[in-house]
Design a protein around this ligand. Structure first.
Ligand code: NAP
Length: 482
């Protein structure tokens, strides 16, 4: 079975788990936004499914409520909502039960693309994929969409991939890492490969180091059970942060085509060197007075799971041999900020003393807040009275740069439409996921073997002291979280 890139005038999108948190908070509002801006073809149908019984009226009021409460879209216009509802149906079905699938098949049209989005617990991915195939509901043009986590370790990821491949070809499998659907993340590729300016500088001759930060102010609220079994490395580093690193570090692909791009990303992961234990800091938030503490948030007083991690990585290839990549991510930090910062080397011969105000150049690709790009330069401070330098930035916030025209509000709408178009560029291939686990597994295994405790950090701080020291000891410093 080979999935073709075919016109998308008509499709049936089945969301299994339509009553769940992800569907109601992200997927449906994202699709509605596409509908509002006129990018949903008239032949599109959305079939929502879950186990609970719901009549048409109940389904409609659930969808209305989710759109009205959405943080992703402006308050919806009632006539738009009604038109959107006209292309939706609800099917109550237990997707793990073989006999139930006929309820769904009667709702599907033949000769249109069918996409099945598994917005359910990862424990159900394997059985649903098999049922999809065995029931004949999926055909050779069908696509299956799965969300992270893709396994808990390498062995689990391999097992999941194997089950998906029993029922589908790799070209039909769309593994969503929603970071890849963010405009700025895609702009990393545009910036690097559509401009002649950067490529000559994009190597260890000119780049001193790279900092990749994903900082959150929130704790683990509502996801404690899942998070405590996962931790920052599994939840953020293995997927989102390694994806950002790959897009920053990869070689230019020969073509902007799914496998050309994904081949280059896999090469970066394969070139990652084993990380030295002195180059990793694990942290867990916990205020000294015992309030606002990770362990009470996850109801596990003995938890040693990390809510923060910082690490220094080395990519063993010619381009990056002398340029470390520093990653840090954590919860309950002092600001919400996600960015990739490229810190350039100083000029080889500096004619101005540092004392008159010069800083290294840096290029910051900002994912949130305010997606955009900043280029930090040094200029002469205007005015008489001596020659002083000052730092200033060229700042391009995307929303204002493009007058907010059709900027997708959330990654999911972009990614789901790519699934319908049959474009896998922004989705993770099976070998990519496995390569990332193969690199991450030994890091976690070492902690588990030594029963290492994370360093406690104050909620609202920049993370553990040791994370600051990780940079300071090499004469570098993290960018301020804001
Ligand atoms: P959730 O709130 O627990 O929703 C699960 C959905 O699955 C519900 O609609 C549930 O409805 C349905 N379901 C459960 N068993 C079913 C069955 N046997 N047959 C058919 N439907 C069934 O989960 P979620 O938070 O939306 O997460 C969904 C997926 O996205 C998970 O893989 C999660 O890891 C991933 N994810 C979620 C987020 C997020 O922000 N929520 C972020 C990243 C990744 P019924 O009980 O009525 O069947």
């Amino acid at each position: 079975m080979v999935s073709r890139v075919i016109p998308v005038d008509e499709f049936d999108l089945v969301i299994i788990g339509v009553t769940g948190d992800l569907a109601l908070r992200k997927i449906l509002p994202g699709l509605f936004h596409r509908f509002v801006v006129g990018q949903m073809p008239s032949g599109a149908r959305i079939i929502g499914s879950a186990r609970r019984e719901m009549d048409r009226r109940g389904f409609e009021s659930m969808v209305r409520e989710c759109l009205e409460n959405s943080e992703e879209t402006a308050p919806p216009k009632p006539d738009m909502v009604e038109n959107f509802l006209d292309c939706m149906v609800y099917v109550s079905m237990d997707a793990t039960e073989e006999g139930e699938w006929s309820k769904l098949s009667t709702e599907l049209r033949s000769d249109v693309v069918r996409a099945f989005c598994l917005s359910v617990s990862p424990a159900l991915f394997e059985v649903i994929a098999l049922r999809l195939n065995a029931s004949g509901v999926a055909n050779s043009d069908s696509r299956i969409i799965v969300e992270k986590p893709f396994g808990h370790d390498l062995a689990a990821a391999q097992s999941l991939n194997k089950s998906l491949l029993v029922a589908f070809e790799e070209s039909q499998i769309y593994r969503i890492d929603h970071y890849l659907g963010k405009e700025t993340v895609q702009n990393l590729m545009a910036l690097r490969f559509a401009n002649a300016l950067w490529e000559p500088l994009w190597n260890s001759t000119h780049i001193d180091h790279v900092q990749i930060t994903v900082a959150e102010t929130v704790g683990v609220s509502g996801r404690g059970d899942y998070y405590d079994r996962s931790g920052a490395v599994r939840d953020m580093v293995q997927n989102h942060m390694l994806q950002l690193l790959c897009l920053t570090a990869m070689e230019p692909p020969a073509k902007f085509e799914p496998d050309a791009v994904r081949n280059e990303k896999v090469k970066v992961i394969a070139a990652l060197e084993a990380v030295d234990e002195h180059d990793i800091v694990r942290g867990q938030y916990g205020a000294r007075d015992g309030h606002d503490c990770y362990q009470s948030d996850v109801h596990n007083a003995a938890s040693k799971t990390e809510s923060f991690v910082a690490m220094k990585l080395r990519i063993g290839n010619w381009r990056w041999a002398n340029t470390p990549f520093y990653l840090r991510t954590g919860k309950k930090l002092k600001a919400r900020s996600s960015e990739v910062a490229i810190i350039f080397r100083d000029p080889p011969h500096m004619i101005f003393p540092k004392s008159i105000g010069r800083k290294s150049n840096s290029l910051v690709i900002r994912l949130q807040p305010d997606e955009g790009i900043e280029l930090h330069n040094t200029i002469k401070e205007p005015g008489p009275g001596g020659f002083r330098l000052m730092n200033t930035s060229l700042d391009m916030t995307f929303a204002s740069a493009v007058n907010e025209v059709a900027v997708p509000q959330d990654a999911y709408e972009r990614l789901i439409m790519d699934v319908i178009r049959g474009d896998q560029t922004l989705f993770m291939r099976g070998d990519e996921v496995e390569a990332a686990w193969a690199w991450v597994d030994p890091v976690i295994a070492r902690w588990e073997e030594t029963d290492q405790s994370p360093e406690i950090y104050d909620p609202g701080s920049s993370g553990p002291e040791a994370a600051l020291a990780l940079m300071h000891r090499e004469g570098r410093r993290w960018r301020d979280l804001g």
